[in-house]
Design a protein around this ligand. Structure first.
Ligand SMILES: C[S@@+](CC[C@H](N)C(=O)[O-])C[C@H]1O[C@@H](n2cnc3c(N)ncnc32)[C@H](O)[C@@H]1O
Length: 245
């Protein structure tokens, strides 16, 4: 199994513990008049649900995801097994594509070419990333415990936040300044340690090693964070949009 396909090992915990995008960031990169929207690399549907929760949701939301274990958790949208590099969708058939916390898993050139193909002229690509805010010391320390491998998840996530889209596919940058939204979410210490175990660097470890990461993260939380459960965990969503000409 490739590392990009490890999330389904803990699809339930992923869905329960990982943050969806902040709605304000989603609003900035998904036009209100988009009628057919693709949530690419939809996972368990955290973004799909946020799209469907808009005051005037799109007429059609298509969730594309390669991992059947993740897709099985997703409800309320058209579900399609597929990957960014080979989208099982018609040419010029959609108004907008969004991809959240996923771009770093794609072959950037193949995915950009496919997204350009399926978007209608003037359609929008919105890329988002959401994560616990690593500028807060205790968050960085606890996330670091899950950053076990040489190319750890936190490093991969930083690469994702760089927001580069390959040239030559007809995209124009709509948001030269990325949209940056910070918010907090109350979580118990068990939930925070569980969230650390939903990152790919931990998911590719064996079960015993994953449990050790949980225990280590849980112990550090007791040391680092004062007060009772739940803890207000700082999160950030960063987003950027491009129009396809
Ligand atoms: C970190 S999860 C993000 C899921 C969801 N977008 C969210 O924000 O919660 C990354 C997702 O990308 C999917 N993925 C990995 N490689 C992919 C590819 N080449 N094309 C499409 N999705 C892919 C994984 O199966 C996983 O569901």
């Amino acid at each position: 199994m490739t590392r990009a396909m490890t999330f389904g090992r803990r699809a339930d915990e992923y869905d329960r513990l990982r943050p969806g995008p902040h709605p304000e960031a989603l609003d900035r990169v998904l036009p209100v008049d988009a009628r057919t929207v693709v949530d690419l690399a939809a996972g368990t549907g955290l973004v799909t649900r946020a799209i469907l929760a808009r005051p005037a949701p799109p007429a059609v939301v298509i969730a594309v995801e390669p991992d059947a274990r993740m897709l099985a958790r997703l409800t309320g949208a058209v579900r399609v097994r597929g990957a960014a590099e080979h989208l099982p969708l018609g040419t010029g058939s959609v108004d907008a594509v969004v991809a959240s916390s996923a771009w770093h898993w794609f072959d950037a050139d193949a995915a950009t070419a496919e997204i350009a193909r399926v978007l209608r002229p003037g359609g929008t690509l919105g890329l988002l990333w959401s994560r616990a805010d690593p500028s807060v010391d205790w968050v960085a320390t606890v996330r670091g415990i899950g950053n076990m491998t040489a190319d750890g998840s936190a490093r991969l996530s930083r690469r994702g936040f760089a927001f580069s889209l390959p040239d030559g596919y007809g995209f124009v940058d709509d948001t030269p300044e990325a949209v940056h939204v910070r918010w907090t979410r109350p979580m118990t210490r068990d939930e925070i340690a569980g969230m650390v175990c939903t990152y790919s660097g931990v998911l590719e470890l064996d079960e015993a090693a994953q449990q050790e990461v949980f225990r280590a993260a849980r112990a550090r939380l007791d040391d680092l964070v004062a007060g009772p459960d739940p803890v207000d965990v700082p999160f950030e969503t960063v987003a950027r949009a491009w129009t396809h000409r």
